[in-house]
Design a protein around this ligand. Structure first.
Ligand code: GAR
Length: 210
């Protein structure tokens, strides 16, 4: 079956898959991944890219000696064309760095079909809920409002929808009666920091087949 998803080649510790990690904020997930990659793996981060010049997480990349750049929205471009113009800038940075797999880690922009089609199968995301429940930018708030006892995190390949595409792995996290958004987010992030490196290992070593 042609799923339309073209997965990365098989990486090895001698010839690891070249990752770009895309962030928007503090980048605790990026920091966890970089710690994991201290040991030789079948993937290696070669580029950290944020959609804001001052995203705090860029420092994690810089501290690790990795090219880490902010690529803000080109405000000089008229609004209807701005998103794709921004993605073209991102895309050229990815190409210039010979990136093989794009890892969204708290990247808070919805990607257009233009970008997704170019990276389909080589574009992964982590979302802080058990998808398909609670997609969007306020997963924890929505989970608390719904009164669920269990939430979690999901790693998935990105398709043209919002927080959709083939699910690669999920981990459950208990919602406690006294949880607020912040407490729940912190507990889910701790799981994310374990789940994402593990899924990247499997994806980059050819263990995930669609
Ligand atoms: C993470 O919890 C990630 O799952 C979430 O943003 C957080 C980033 O934290 N992503 C989304 O909500 C995407 N829809 P970090 O900047 O500390 O890694």
């Amino acid at each position: 079956m042609d799923s339309g998803f073209s997965l990365p080649r098989v990486g090895t510790s001698d010839d690891p898959i070249r990752l770009a990690v895309l962030i928007s904020g503090g980048g605790s997930g990026l920091a966890a991944l970089l710690r994991y990659q201290h040991t030789a793996r079948c993937h290696r981060t070669v580029l950290v890219l944020a959609d804001k010049a001052d995203a705090g997480g860029l420092q994690h990349g810089r501290d690790a000696g990795i090219t880490s750049i902010g690529v803000p929205l080109p405000m000089q471009v008229e609004k209807p064309d701005r998103r794709v113009a921004h993605e073209r800038l991102v895309h050229s940075e990815l190409e210039a760095a010979d990136v093989e797999l794009v890892v969204l880690s708290g990247y808070m922009r919805i990607l257009t079909p233009w970008f997704v089609r170019r990276w389909k199968g080589r574009l992964v995301n982590i979302h802080p809920s058990l998808l398909p429940d609670f997609p969007g930018a306020h997963a924890h708030r929505d989970a608390l409002a719904a009164g669920v006892n269990v939430t979690g995190c999901t790693v998935h390949l990105v398709d043209e929808g919002v927080d959709s595409g083939p699910i690669l792995a999920q981990m459950k996290v208990e919602v406690r009666p006294d949880d607020d958004e912040e407490a729940l987010q912190e507990r889910v992030k701790r799981m994310e920091h374990v789940l994402y490196p593990d899924v990247l290992d499997r994806l980059c070593s050819g263990l995930i087949l669609l």
